[in-house]
Design a protein around this ligand. Sequence first.
Ligand code: GDP
Ligand code: MG
Length: 613
Amino acid sequence: TDPALIRNFCIIAHIDHGKSTLADRMLQLTGIVEQRQMRAQYLDRMDIERERGITIKSQAVRMPWSPGANGNVGSADGTGGTGDSGVAHILNMIDTPGHVDFTYEVSRSLAACEGCILLVDAAQGIEAQTLANLYLAMEHELTIIPVLNKIDLPAAQPEKFAAELAHLIGCEPEDVLKVSAKTGEGVGELLDTVVGQVPPPVGVADAPARAMIFDSVYDSYRGVVTYVKVVDGKLSKRERIRMMSTGATHELLEIGANSPEMTPSEGLGVGEVGYLITGVKDVRQSKVGDTITQLSKGATEPLGGYKEPKPMVFSGLYPLDGSDYPELRDALDKLQLNDAALVYEPETSAALGFGFRVGFLGLLHLEVIRERLEREFGLDLIATAPNVVYRVDMEDGTEHIVTNPSEFPTGKVDKVHEPMVRSTLIAPSEFIGAIMELCQSRRGSLQGMDYLSEERVELRYQLPLAEIVFDFFDSLKSKTRGYASLDYEPNGEQAADLVKVDILLQGDRVDAFSAIVHKDKAYGYGVRMATKLRELIPRQQFEVPIQAAVGSRVIARETVRAIRKDVLAKCYGGDISRKRKLLEKQKEGKKRMKVVGRVEVPQEAFIAALSSD
Ligand code: GDP
Ligand code: MG
Protein backbone atom coordinates (compact mmCIF):
# COMPACT_ATOMS: atom_id res chain seq x y z
CA THR A 1 0.00 0.00 0.00
CA ASP A 2 1.10 3.56 -0.74
CA PRO A 3 1.91 5.04 2.70
CA ALA A 4 0.10 8.24 1.64
CA LEU A 5 -3.16 6.29 1.84
CA ILE A 6 -2.55 4.86 5.33
CA ARG A 7 -3.85 6.39 8.57
CA ASN A 8 -2.76 4.88 11.88
CA PHE A 9 -4.75 6.04 14.89
CA CYS A 10 -5.87 5.03 18.35
CA ILE A 11 -8.70 5.99 20.66
CA ILE A 12 -7.95 7.48 24.07
CA ALA A 13 -10.86 7.30 26.48
CA HIS A 14 -11.67 6.86 30.14
CA ILE A 15 -13.33 3.58 31.10
CA ASP A 16 -17.00 3.53 30.06
CA HIS A 17 -16.73 6.60 27.86
CA GLY A 18 -17.50 4.37 24.88
CA LYS A 19 -14.26 3.29 23.22
CA SER A 20 -15.36 -0.29 22.56
CA THR A 21 -18.77 0.80 21.32
CA LEU A 22 -17.19 3.33 18.97
CA ALA A 23 -14.79 0.67 17.68
CA ASP A 24 -17.79 -1.60 17.04
CA ARG A 25 -19.52 1.14 15.02
CA MET A 26 -16.38 1.68 12.97
CA LEU A 27 -16.08 -2.03 12.18
CA GLN A 28 -19.68 -1.99 11.06
CA LEU A 29 -19.56 1.23 9.08
CA THR A 30 -16.43 0.24 7.20
CA GLY A 31 -18.11 -3.06 6.36
CA ILE A 32 -15.49 -5.42 7.75
CA VAL A 33 -17.88 -6.95 10.23
CA GLU A 34 -21.23 -7.88 8.82
CA GLN A 35 -24.36 -6.99 10.68
CA ARG A 36 -25.20 -10.58 11.52
CA GLN A 37 -21.77 -11.28 13.02
CA MET A 38 -21.79 -8.12 15.06
CA ARG A 39 -21.84 -8.58 18.79
CA ALA A 40 -21.23 -5.87 21.32
CA GLN A 41 -17.58 -5.15 22.06
CA TYR A 42 -16.30 -7.27 19.23
CA LEU A 43 -12.68 -6.56 20.02
CA ASP A 44 -12.73 -7.22 23.77
CA ARG A 45 -11.88 -10.89 23.76
CA MET A 46 -10.96 -11.80 27.28
CA ASP A 47 -13.79 -12.65 29.66
CA ILE A 48 -12.46 -10.59 32.53
CA GLU A 49 -12.11 -7.60 30.25
CA ARG A 50 -15.66 -7.97 29.13
CA GLU A 51 -17.05 -8.33 32.62
CA ARG A 52 -15.08 -5.49 34.09
CA GLY A 53 -15.26 -3.36 31.01
CA ILE A 54 -11.51 -2.91 30.82
CA THR A 55 -9.26 -3.57 27.90
CA ILE A 56 -6.04 -5.18 29.00
CA LYS A 57 -4.40 -6.07 25.71
CA SER A 58 -4.31 -3.90 22.66
CA GLN A 59 -4.96 -5.06 19.16
CA ALA A 60 -4.91 -3.53 15.75
CA VAL A 61 -7.62 -3.68 13.11
CA ARG A 62 -7.34 -2.73 9.46
CA MET A 63 -10.38 -1.08 7.89
CA PRO A 64 -10.91 0.31 4.37
CA TRP A 65 -12.47 3.78 4.18
CA SER A 66 -13.19 6.14 1.36
CA PRO A 67 -13.88 9.61 2.72
CA GLY A 68 -17.01 11.19 1.41
CA ALA A 69 -18.41 7.79 0.49
CA ASN A 70 -20.62 8.20 3.48
CA GLY A 71 -22.16 11.30 1.97
CA ASN A 72 -19.84 13.62 3.90
CA VAL A 73 -16.83 15.31 2.43
CA GLY A 74 -14.01 16.16 4.78
CA SER A 75 -14.54 16.76 8.45
CA ALA A 76 -17.59 18.24 10.03
CA ASP A 77 -16.14 21.73 10.23
CA GLY A 78 -14.98 21.67 6.61
CA THR A 79 -11.30 22.08 7.49
CA GLY A 80 -10.54 18.39 6.96
CA GLY A 81 -10.55 16.60 3.64
CA THR A 82 -7.39 16.67 1.58
CA GLY A 83 -9.00 16.30 -1.80
CA ASP A 84 -8.81 12.54 -1.37
CA SER A 85 -12.57 12.30 -1.39
CA GLY A 86 -13.73 8.98 -2.73
CA VAL A 87 -10.23 7.46 -2.71
CA ALA A 88 -9.92 4.20 -0.81
CA HIS A 89 -7.74 4.59 2.27
CA ILE A 90 -6.52 2.06 4.83
CA LEU A 91 -7.30 2.89 8.45
CA ASN A 92 -5.42 1.02 11.17
CA MET A 93 -7.11 1.36 14.53
CA ILE A 94 -4.75 0.44 17.34
CA ASP A 95 -6.51 -0.31 20.60
CA THR A 96 -4.50 0.92 23.59
CA PRO A 97 -4.83 -0.65 27.03
CA GLY A 98 -6.74 1.78 29.19
CA HIS A 99 -5.19 1.35 32.62
CA VAL A 100 -2.47 3.06 34.61
CA ASP A 101 -0.53 -0.14 35.19
CA PHE A 102 0.18 -0.44 31.51
CA THR A 103 1.63 3.00 30.75
CA TYR A 104 4.59 1.54 28.89
CA GLU A 105 2.38 -0.54 26.61
CA VAL A 106 0.18 2.49 26.02
CA SER A 107 3.25 4.50 25.06
CA ARG A 108 4.31 1.83 22.51
CA SER A 109 0.81 1.73 20.99
CA LEU A 110 0.82 5.51 20.71
CA ALA A 111 4.26 5.40 19.11
CA ALA A 112 2.76 3.23 16.34
CA CYS A 113 0.18 5.95 15.52
CA GLU A 114 0.25 9.34 13.83
CA GLY A 115 -3.05 10.48 15.32
CA CYS A 116 -5.51 9.78 18.08
CA ILE A 117 -9.16 10.27 18.82
CA LEU A 118 -9.67 11.80 22.26
CA LEU A 119 -13.06 10.38 23.19
CA VAL A 120 -14.95 11.96 26.08
CA ASP A 121 -18.39 11.15 27.46
CA ALA A 122 -20.57 14.22 26.82
CA ALA A 123 -22.30 13.71 30.16
CA GLN A 124 -19.10 13.26 32.22
CA GLY A 125 -16.27 15.34 30.87
CA ILE A 126 -12.55 14.65 31.06
CA GLU A 127 -11.22 12.16 33.61
CA ALA A 128 -7.71 11.67 34.98
CA GLN A 129 -6.99 8.63 32.89
CA THR A 130 -7.91 10.41 29.68
CA LEU A 131 -5.70 13.28 30.66
CA ALA A 132 -2.67 11.12 31.42
CA ASN A 133 -2.98 9.36 28.06
CA LEU A 134 -3.57 12.67 26.32
CA TYR A 135 -0.28 13.98 27.74
CA LEU A 136 1.45 10.86 26.43
CA ALA A 137 -0.10 11.41 22.98
CA MET A 138 1.12 15.00 23.03
CA GLU A 139 4.64 13.83 23.93
CA HIS A 140 4.52 11.58 20.85
CA GLU A 141 3.34 14.60 18.81
CA LEU A 142 0.22 12.86 17.59
CA THR A 143 -2.54 14.78 15.84
CA ILE A 144 -5.41 14.91 18.32
CA ILE A 145 -9.05 14.76 17.22
CA PRO A 146 -11.32 15.78 20.11
CA VAL A 147 -14.65 13.95 20.15
CA LEU A 148 -17.62 14.03 22.50
CA ASN A 149 -19.53 10.74 22.67
CA LYS A 150 -23.03 9.82 23.86
CA ILE A 151 -24.67 12.98 22.55
CA ASP A 152 -27.89 10.96 22.38
CA LEU A 153 -28.07 10.96 26.20
CA PRO A 154 -30.56 13.42 27.71
CA ALA A 155 -27.92 14.30 30.33
CA ALA A 156 -25.31 15.17 27.69
CA GLN A 157 -23.87 18.70 27.93
CA PRO A 158 -21.99 18.91 24.63
CA GLU A 159 -21.51 22.70 24.69
CA LYS A 160 -20.05 22.75 28.19
CA PHE A 161 -17.66 19.88 27.62
CA ALA A 162 -16.71 21.02 24.12
CA ALA A 163 -15.47 24.20 25.78
CA GLU A 164 -13.57 22.18 28.38
CA LEU A 165 -11.91 20.02 25.69
CA ALA A 166 -11.11 22.99 23.49
CA HIS A 167 -9.54 24.80 26.45
CA LEU A 168 -7.47 21.72 27.26
CA ILE A 169 -5.97 20.98 23.86
CA GLY A 170 -6.02 24.52 22.52
CA CYS A 171 -8.57 24.34 19.72
CA GLU A 172 -11.94 26.00 19.05
CA PRO A 173 -15.08 24.51 20.63
CA GLU A 174 -16.50 24.13 17.10
CA ASP A 175 -13.62 21.80 16.23
CA VAL A 176 -14.86 19.25 18.75
CA LEU A 177 -16.79 16.50 16.93
CA LYS A 178 -19.98 15.21 18.45
CA VAL A 179 -20.98 11.59 18.01
CA SER A 180 -23.10 8.82 19.39
CA ALA A 181 -21.28 5.51 19.26
CA LYS A 182 -24.56 3.91 20.18
CA THR A 183 -26.67 5.20 17.32
CA GLY A 184 -23.78 5.73 14.88
CA GLU A 185 -24.53 9.45 14.51
CA GLY A 186 -21.43 11.37 13.44
CA VAL A 187 -19.19 8.29 13.18
CA GLY A 188 -18.89 8.52 9.35
CA GLU A 189 -17.79 12.17 9.67
CA LEU A 190 -15.32 11.12 12.33
CA LEU A 191 -13.71 8.58 9.98
CA ASP A 192 -13.56 11.26 7.27
CA THR A 193 -11.82 13.56 9.74
CA VAL A 194 -9.28 10.84 10.57
CA VAL A 195 -8.41 10.62 6.86
CA GLY A 196 -8.39 14.39 6.51
CA GLN A 197 -6.40 15.36 9.59
CA VAL A 198 -4.16 12.48 10.66
CA PRO A 199 -0.89 12.60 8.71
CA PRO A 200 0.17 9.52 6.75
CA PRO A 201 3.11 7.54 8.17
CA VAL A 202 6.59 8.41 6.91
CA GLY A 203 9.45 5.96 6.49
CA VAL A 204 12.20 4.96 4.10
CA ALA A 205 10.95 2.30 1.68
CA ASP A 206 14.33 1.06 0.42
CA ALA A 207 16.07 1.00 3.84
CA PRO A 208 16.65 -2.21 5.85
CA ALA A 209 13.41 -3.19 7.56
CA ARG A 210 12.66 -1.79 11.01
CA ALA A 211 9.38 -2.75 12.64
CA MET A 212 8.32 -1.84 16.16
CA ILE A 213 6.53 -4.39 18.33
CA PHE A 214 3.62 -2.72 20.12
CA ASP A 215 1.88 -5.85 21.34
CA SER A 216 2.57 -9.53 21.74
CA VAL A 217 -0.16 -12.04 22.51
CA TYR A 218 0.02 -15.77 23.23
CA ASP A 219 -2.41 -17.93 21.31
CA SER A 220 -2.63 -21.58 22.31
CA TYR A 221 -2.96 -22.73 18.67
CA ARG A 222 -0.58 -20.40 16.85
CA GLY A 223 1.99 -19.57 19.49
CA VAL A 224 2.87 -15.92 19.98
CA VAL A 225 1.16 -13.42 17.68
CA THR A 226 3.23 -10.24 17.47
CA TYR A 227 1.72 -6.91 16.44
CA VAL A 228 4.04 -4.52 14.64
CA LYS A 229 4.23 -1.27 12.79
CA VAL A 230 6.72 -1.32 9.93
CA VAL A 231 8.59 1.98 10.10
CA ASP A 232 11.17 1.44 7.31
CA GLY A 233 11.60 -1.16 4.56
CA LYS A 234 9.51 -4.27 4.21
CA LEU A 235 9.02 -7.61 5.98
CA SER A 236 8.05 -10.55 3.78
CA LYS A 237 6.61 -13.98 4.37
CA ARG A 238 9.19 -16.75 4.87
CA GLU A 239 12.20 -14.48 5.40
CA ARG A 240 14.35 -14.71 8.51
CA ILE A 241 14.10 -11.91 11.03
CA ARG A 242 16.12 -10.75 14.02
CA MET A 243 14.95 -9.32 17.35
CA MET A 244 17.28 -6.40 17.92
CA SER A 245 17.24 -6.40 21.77
CA THR A 246 18.34 -10.05 22.07
CA GLY A 247 19.75 -10.95 18.64
CA ALA A 248 17.44 -13.99 18.51
CA THR A 249 16.46 -15.00 14.96
CA HIS A 250 13.24 -16.53 13.69
CA GLU A 251 11.51 -17.41 10.44
CA LEU A 252 8.41 -15.41 9.52
CA LEU A 253 5.93 -18.24 9.21
CA GLU A 254 3.03 -15.89 8.61
CA ILE A 255 2.48 -12.16 8.24
CA GLY A 256 -0.71 -10.19 7.67
CA ALA A 257 -3.31 -7.89 9.18
CA ASN A 258 -6.42 -8.25 11.33
CA SER A 259 -9.48 -7.28 9.43
CA PRO A 260 -10.83 -8.03 11.98
CA GLU A 261 -9.78 -11.71 11.92
CA MET A 262 -6.19 -12.60 11.00
CA THR A 263 -5.75 -12.34 7.23
CA PRO A 264 -2.34 -13.50 5.90
CA SER A 265 -0.53 -11.55 3.18
CA GLU A 266 2.80 -11.56 1.34
CA GLY A 267 4.32 -8.90 3.57
CA LEU A 268 4.07 -5.50 5.28
CA GLY A 269 5.67 -2.30 3.98
CA VAL A 270 6.36 1.24 5.21
CA GLY A 271 3.70 2.55 7.59
CA GLU A 272 1.73 -0.68 7.61
CA VAL A 273 0.41 -2.21 10.80
CA GLY A 274 -0.21 -5.92 11.18
CA TYR A 275 0.73 -9.17 12.87
CA LEU A 276 3.41 -11.79 12.42
CA ILE A 277 3.91 -15.33 13.63
CA THR A 278 7.28 -16.99 14.11
CA GLY A 279 6.32 -20.07 16.10
CA VAL A 280 7.82 -18.82 19.40
CA LYS A 281 5.81 -19.95 22.40
CA ASP A 282 6.57 -17.27 24.95
CA VAL A 283 5.86 -13.53 24.73
CA ARG A 284 9.21 -12.79 26.37
CA GLN A 285 10.79 -13.83 23.05
CA SER A 286 8.82 -11.11 21.29
CA LYS A 287 8.93 -8.12 23.58
CA VAL A 288 6.80 -5.01 23.38
CA GLY A 289 8.99 -2.09 22.32
CA ASP A 290 11.62 -4.22 20.57
CA THR A 291 12.65 -3.61 16.95
CA ILE A 292 12.49 -6.37 14.33
CA THR A 293 14.77 -6.33 11.28
CA GLN A 294 15.79 -8.82 8.56
CA LEU A 295 18.58 -11.25 9.27
CA SER A 296 20.49 -10.49 6.07
CA LYS A 297 21.43 -6.84 5.47
CA GLY A 298 19.44 -5.91 8.54
CA ALA A 299 19.31 -2.53 10.25
CA THR A 300 22.07 -1.67 12.73
CA GLU A 301 20.22 0.92 14.82
CA PRO A 302 17.01 -0.11 16.59
CA LEU A 303 14.08 2.30 16.80
CA GLY A 304 14.18 4.15 20.13
CA GLY A 305 12.09 3.67 23.21
CA TYR A 306 12.63 0.03 24.17
CA LYS A 307 12.32 -0.77 27.88
CA GLU A 308 12.28 -4.03 29.84
CA PRO A 309 9.03 -4.46 31.74
CA LYS A 310 9.67 -3.74 35.40
CA PRO A 311 7.49 -5.15 38.17
CA MET A 312 6.51 -2.44 40.65
CA VAL A 313 4.37 -4.30 43.16
CA PHE A 314 5.02 -7.67 44.82
CA SER A 315 2.82 -10.05 46.74
CA GLY A 316 3.25 -13.56 48.12
CA LEU A 317 0.73 -16.01 46.66
CA TYR A 318 0.10 -19.22 48.59
CA PRO A 319 -2.34 -22.04 47.89
CA LEU A 320 -4.92 -22.36 50.64
CA ASP A 321 -4.44 -26.08 50.36
CA GLY A 322 -0.72 -26.85 50.39
CA SER A 323 -1.16 -29.78 48.00
CA ASP A 324 -2.19 -27.31 45.25
CA TYR A 325 1.35 -25.94 45.05
CA PRO A 326 2.26 -27.78 41.80
CA GLU A 327 -0.98 -26.54 40.19
CA LEU A 328 -0.18 -22.98 41.21
CA ARG A 329 3.29 -23.28 39.67
CA ASP A 330 1.85 -24.67 36.39
CA ALA A 331 -0.78 -21.93 36.28
CA LEU A 332 1.84 -19.19 36.73
CA ASP A 333 3.98 -20.80 34.00
CA LYS A 334 1.00 -20.68 31.65
CA LEU A 335 0.08 -17.08 32.45
CA GLN A 336 3.66 -15.98 31.94
CA LEU A 337 3.56 -17.21 28.33
CA ASN A 338 1.22 -14.31 27.65
CA ASP A 339 2.55 -11.76 30.07
CA ALA A 340 6.13 -10.60 29.83
CA ALA A 341 5.69 -8.39 32.91
CA LEU A 342 4.72 -11.23 35.24
CA VAL A 343 7.66 -12.51 37.29
CA TYR A 344 7.73 -14.98 40.18
CA GLU A 345 9.97 -17.15 42.25
CA PRO A 346 9.32 -19.84 44.85
CA GLU A 347 9.10 -18.63 48.43
CA THR A 348 8.57 -20.37 51.73
CA SER A 349 6.78 -18.81 54.63
CA ALA A 350 6.81 -20.27 58.11
CA ALA A 351 3.22 -19.18 58.46
CA LEU A 352 1.81 -19.90 55.01
CA GLY A 353 3.93 -22.77 53.68
CA PHE A 354 5.12 -23.07 50.08
CA GLY A 355 4.17 -20.39 47.60
CA PHE A 356 5.54 -17.76 45.24
CA ARG A 357 6.67 -14.17 45.47
CA VAL A 358 5.04 -12.62 42.40
CA GLY A 359 5.88 -9.27 40.78
CA PHE A 360 3.27 -7.12 39.01
CA LEU A 361 3.18 -3.86 37.08
CA GLY A 362 0.64 -2.49 39.53
CA LEU A 363 -2.48 -3.20 41.54
CA LEU A 364 -4.83 -3.89 38.65
CA HIS A 365 -2.31 -6.29 37.15
CA LEU A 366 -2.15 -8.06 40.51
CA GLU A 367 -5.89 -8.26 40.76
CA VAL A 368 -6.32 -9.56 37.22
CA ILE A 369 -3.70 -12.28 37.72
CA ARG A 370 -5.17 -13.34 41.05
CA GLU A 371 -8.61 -13.51 39.58
CA ARG A 372 -7.43 -15.54 36.59
CA LEU A 373 -5.62 -17.99 38.89
CA GLU A 374 -8.77 -18.46 40.91
CA ARG A 375 -11.24 -18.48 38.08
CA GLU A 376 -9.48 -20.10 35.14
CA PHE A 377 -7.34 -22.47 37.15
CA GLY A 378 -9.70 -23.10 40.07
CA LEU A 379 -7.11 -22.27 42.75
CA ASP A 380 -7.90 -20.92 46.22
CA LEU A 381 -5.18 -18.52 47.25
CA ILE A 382 -3.92 -16.47 50.19
CA ALA A 383 -2.15 -13.30 49.09
CA THR A 384 0.09 -11.29 51.39
CA ALA A 385 -0.43 -7.52 51.48
CA PRO A 386 1.10 -6.00 48.32
CA ASN A 387 4.40 -4.17 48.75
CA VAL A 388 6.69 -2.11 46.53
CA VAL A 389 10.41 -2.69 45.87
CA TYR A 390 12.85 -1.05 48.27
CA ARG A 391 16.52 -0.34 47.69
CA VAL A 392 18.44 -0.45 50.94
CA ASP A 393 21.95 1.00 51.36
CA MET A 394 23.84 -0.47 54.31
CA GLU A 395 26.47 1.35 56.34
CA ASP A 396 29.03 -1.22 55.20
CA GLY A 397 28.46 -0.04 51.60
CA THR A 398 26.43 -3.01 50.37
CA GLU A 399 23.07 -2.62 48.68
CA HIS A 400 19.97 -4.82 49.00
CA ILE A 401 16.89 -4.95 46.78
CA VAL A 402 13.96 -5.93 48.97
CA THR A 403 10.85 -7.41 47.35
CA ASN A 404 9.64 -9.18 50.50
CA PRO A 405 9.38 -7.13 53.71
CA SER A 406 10.31 -10.10 55.88
CA GLU A 407 13.67 -10.14 54.11
CA PHE A 408 14.56 -6.59 55.07
CA PRO A 409 18.27 -6.66 56.02
CA THR A 410 19.08 -6.79 59.73
CA GLY A 411 22.44 -4.95 59.90
CA LYS A 412 23.06 -1.20 60.16
CA VAL A 413 20.94 0.54 57.55
CA ASP A 414 22.18 3.77 56.02
CA LYS A 415 19.32 4.73 53.66
CA VAL A 416 16.13 3.17 52.34
CA HIS A 417 14.86 4.29 48.94
CA GLU A 418 11.27 3.81 47.80
CA PRO A 419 9.66 4.21 44.35
CA MET A 420 7.69 7.40 43.68
CA VAL A 421 4.86 8.18 41.27
CA ARG A 422 3.65 11.31 39.55
CA SER A 423 -0.11 11.31 39.99
CA THR A 424 -2.93 13.27 38.40
CA LEU A 425 -6.24 13.68 40.21
CA ILE A 426 -9.36 15.26 38.76
CA ALA A 427 -12.43 16.13 40.78
CA PRO A 428 -15.15 18.73 41.25
CA SER A 429 -13.53 21.71 42.98
CA GLU A 430 -15.58 21.27 46.18
CA PHE A 431 -13.35 18.25 46.95
CA ILE A 432 -10.00 20.06 46.74
CA GLY A 433 -9.69 20.16 50.53
CA ALA A 434 -10.50 16.49 51.00
CA ILE A 435 -8.03 15.45 48.31
CA MET A 436 -5.25 17.62 49.70
CA GLU A 437 -5.82 16.21 53.16
CA LEU A 438 -5.67 12.65 51.85
CA CYS A 439 -2.54 13.22 49.78
CA GLN A 440 -0.80 14.95 52.67
CA SER A 441 -1.58 12.07 55.01
CA ARG A 442 -0.05 9.82 52.36
CA ARG A 443 3.21 11.78 52.31
CA GLY A 444 2.42 13.47 49.01
CA SER A 445 3.75 16.78 47.79
CA LEU A 446 1.65 19.05 45.61
CA GLN A 447 3.26 19.78 42.24
CA GLY A 448 0.57 21.88 40.66
CA MET A 449 -3.12 22.59 40.28
CA ASP A 450 -5.20 23.71 37.30
CA TYR A 451 -8.85 24.46 36.76
CA LEU A 452 -10.21 22.55 33.75
CA SER A 453 -13.39 24.59 34.01
CA GLU A 454 -15.00 26.64 36.75
CA GLU A 455 -16.09 23.61 38.71
CA ARG A 456 -13.47 20.97 37.90
CA VAL A 457 -9.90 20.92 38.96
CA GLU A 458 -6.78 18.91 38.20
CA LEU A 459 -4.25 18.33 41.01
CA ARG A 460 -0.79 16.91 40.50
CA TYR A 461 0.96 15.16 43.37
CA GLN A 462 4.26 13.39 43.82
CA LEU A 463 3.48 10.37 46.04
CA PRO A 464 5.26 7.26 47.30
CA LEU A 465 3.94 4.27 45.34
CA ALA A 466 3.67 2.35 48.61
CA GLU A 467 1.00 4.81 49.80
CA ILE A 468 -1.07 4.30 46.65
CA VAL A 469 -0.74 0.54 46.88
CA PHE A 470 -2.26 0.68 50.34
CA ASP A 471 -5.91 1.43 49.93
CA PHE A 472 -5.48 4.88 48.35
CA PHE A 473 -8.03 4.51 45.60
CA ASP A 474 -10.82 3.42 47.95
CA SER A 475 -10.13 6.31 50.34
CA LEU A 476 -10.12 8.75 47.46
CA LYS A 477 -13.42 7.44 46.17
CA SER A 478 -15.08 7.61 49.57
CA LYS A 479 -13.76 11.10 50.35
CA THR A 480 -15.01 12.43 47.02
CA ARG A 481 -18.24 10.44 46.80
CA GLY A 482 -16.83 8.63 43.79
CA TYR A 483 -16.27 11.80 41.76
CA ALA A 484 -12.48 11.89 41.72
CA SER A 485 -10.39 10.05 39.16
CA LEU A 486 -6.76 9.12 39.56
CA ASP A 487 -3.89 8.26 37.29
CA TYR A 488 -0.20 7.85 38.00
CA GLU A 489 3.07 6.86 36.45
CA PRO A 490 6.42 5.83 37.91
CA ASN A 491 8.66 8.78 38.65
CA GLY A 492 11.97 7.76 40.16
CA GLU A 493 12.72 6.96 43.78
CA GLN A 494 13.29 8.83 47.01
CA ALA A 495 15.05 8.18 50.32
CA ALA A 496 12.62 7.98 53.24
CA ASP A 497 12.50 7.17 56.93
CA LEU A 498 11.24 3.62 56.58
CA VAL A 499 11.35 0.83 59.14
CA LYS A 500 10.31 -2.78 59.23
CA VAL A 501 7.55 -3.68 61.66
CA ASP A 502 7.40 -7.33 62.76
CA ILE A 503 4.45 -9.08 64.34
CA LEU A 504 5.29 -11.72 66.96
CA LEU A 505 3.09 -14.44 68.44
CA GLN A 506 4.52 -15.68 71.74
CA GLY A 507 7.84 -14.27 70.69
CA ASP A 508 7.88 -15.91 67.23
CA ARG A 509 7.91 -13.63 64.22
CA VAL A 510 5.10 -14.24 61.70
CA ASP A 511 6.85 -13.57 58.40
CA ALA A 512 3.62 -12.99 56.41
CA PHE A 513 2.74 -9.97 58.58
CA SER A 514 6.03 -8.07 58.38
CA ALA A 515 5.67 -4.70 56.69
CA ILE A 516 7.89 -1.80 55.72
CA VAL A 517 6.26 1.45 56.74
CA HIS A 518 7.16 5.06 57.39
CA LYS A 519 8.53 5.66 60.90
CA ASP A 520 5.56 7.88 61.77
CA LYS A 521 3.13 5.13 60.80
CA ALA A 522 4.86 2.18 62.44
CA TYR A 523 2.91 2.53 65.68
CA GLY A 524 -0.43 2.72 63.89
CA TYR A 525 0.34 -0.36 61.85
CA GLY A 526 1.50 -2.28 64.93
CA VAL A 527 -1.59 -1.45 66.97
CA ARG A 528 -3.93 -2.23 64.08
CA MET A 529 -2.41 -5.66 63.41
CA ALA A 530 -2.14 -6.62 67.09
CA THR A 531 -5.77 -5.70 67.74
CA LYS A 532 -6.98 -7.49 64.65
CA LEU A 533 -5.07 -10.64 65.57
CA ARG A 534 -6.31 -10.63 69.14
CA GLU A 535 -9.84 -10.78 67.78
CA LEU A 536 -9.00 -13.46 65.21
CA ILE A 537 -6.86 -15.93 67.16
CA PRO A 538 -8.88 -18.36 69.29
CA ARG A 539 -7.92 -18.93 72.91
CA GLN A 540 -5.32 -21.63 73.49
CA GLN A 541 -4.29 -23.70 76.50
CA PHE A 542 -1.85 -20.96 77.38
CA GLU A 543 -1.63 -17.21 77.17
CA VAL A 544 -0.54 -15.82 73.76
CA PRO A 545 1.14 -12.43 73.73
CA ILE A 546 0.87 -10.60 70.39
CA GLN A 547 3.57 -8.00 69.87
CA ALA A 548 4.48 -5.51 67.18
CA ALA A 549 8.16 -4.65 67.12
CA VAL A 550 10.62 -2.46 65.25
CA GLY A 551 13.91 -4.31 65.57
CA SER A 552 14.01 -5.39 69.21
CA ARG A 553 11.77 -2.56 70.40
CA VAL A 554 8.17 -3.58 71.11
CA ILE A 555 5.76 -0.84 70.01
CA ALA A 556 2.39 -2.50 70.65
CA ARG A 557 1.13 -5.45 72.65
CA GLU A 558 -2.10 -7.43 73.02
CA THR A 559 -2.84 -10.74 74.73
CA VAL A 560 -5.07 -13.67 73.89
CA ARG A 561 -5.91 -15.12 77.28
CA ALA A 562 -5.73 -18.85 78.01
CA ILE A 563 -8.77 -21.12 78.08
CA ARG A 564 -9.41 -22.49 81.52
CA LYS A 565 -10.66 -25.99 80.76
CA ASP A 566 -9.69 -28.37 78.00
CA VAL A 567 -12.12 -30.44 75.92
CA LEU A 568 -11.69 -33.58 77.93
CA ALA A 569 -12.56 -31.91 81.20
CA LYS A 570 -16.20 -31.93 80.12
CA CYS A 571 -16.41 -35.71 80.03
CA TYR A 572 -14.25 -36.48 82.96
CA GLY A 573 -15.11 -39.97 83.99
CA GLY A 574 -17.37 -40.39 80.96
CA ASP A 575 -17.17 -43.23 78.52
CA ILE A 576 -14.05 -43.71 76.42
CA SER A 577 -15.67 -43.73 72.96
CA ARG A 578 -17.10 -40.29 73.51
CA LYS A 579 -13.67 -39.07 74.51
CA ARG A 580 -12.17 -40.52 71.37
CA LYS A 581 -14.78 -38.82 69.20
CA LEU A 582 -14.00 -35.50 70.76
CA LEU A 583 -10.30 -35.92 70.16
CA GLU A 584 -11.03 -36.94 66.56
CA LYS A 585 -13.04 -33.79 66.05
CA GLN A 586 -10.37 -31.66 67.55
CA LYS A 587 -7.81 -33.18 65.19
CA GLU A 588 -9.92 -32.32 62.15
CA GLY A 589 -10.20 -28.75 63.29
CA LYS A 590 -6.44 -28.65 63.59
CA LYS A 591 -5.93 -29.47 59.92
CA ARG A 592 -7.05 -26.01 58.95
CA MET A 593 -4.80 -24.49 61.56
CA LYS A 594 -1.32 -23.18 60.88
CA VAL A 595 1.10 -23.51 63.73
CA VAL A 596 3.34 -20.58 64.55
CA GLY A 597 5.77 -21.63 67.25
CA ARG A 598 3.35 -23.26 69.71
CA VAL A 599 0.39 -21.18 68.66
CA GLU A 600 -2.36 -22.53 66.43
CA VAL A 601 -3.75 -19.93 64.08
CA PRO A 602 -6.77 -20.71 61.89
CA GLN A 603 -6.20 -20.03 58.23
CA GLU A 604 -9.16 -17.64 58.19
CA ALA A 605 -7.32 -15.45 60.69
CA PHE A 606 -4.44 -15.04 58.24
CA ILE A 607 -6.76 -14.18 55.41
CA ALA A 608 -8.72 -11.72 57.53
CA ALA A 609 -5.58 -10.10 58.94
CA LEU A 610 -4.09 -9.70 55.47
CA SER A 611 -7.18 -8.11 53.94
CA SER A 612 -6.81 -4.35 53.91
CA ASP A 613 -9.63 -2.98 56.05
P1 GDP B 1 -15.28 1.64 27.09
O1 GDP B 1 -15.05 1.25 28.52
O2 GDP B 1 -14.69 3.00 26.80
O3 GDP B 1 -14.85 0.62 26.10
O4 GDP B 1 -16.86 1.85 26.96
P2 GDP B 1 -17.96 0.93 26.30
O5 GDP B 1 -17.93 1.02 24.82
O6 GDP B 1 -17.92 -0.42 26.93
O7 GDP B 1 -19.27 1.73 26.76
C1 GDP B 1 -19.62 1.90 28.11
C2 GDP B 1 -21.12 2.03 28.24
O8 GDP B 1 -21.58 3.20 27.59
C3 GDP B 1 -21.88 0.86 27.57
O9 GDP B 1 -22.97 0.54 28.39
C4 GDP B 1 -22.30 1.42 26.26
O10 GDP B 1 -23.47 0.81 25.77
C5 GDP B 1 -22.55 2.89 26.59
N1 GDP B 1 -22.35 3.77 25.44
C6 GDP B 1 -21.26 3.84 24.64
N2 GDP B 1 -21.44 4.78 23.69
C7 GDP B 1 -22.66 5.32 23.90
C8 GDP B 1 -23.43 6.34 23.25
O11 GDP B 1 -23.02 6.96 22.27
N3 GDP B 1 -24.64 6.62 23.78
C9 GDP B 1 -25.13 5.97 24.86
N4 GDP B 1 -26.34 6.31 25.30
N5 GDP B 1 -24.45 5.01 25.49
C10 GDP B 1 -23.23 4.68 25.01
MG1 MG C 1 -13.80 -1.18 26.34
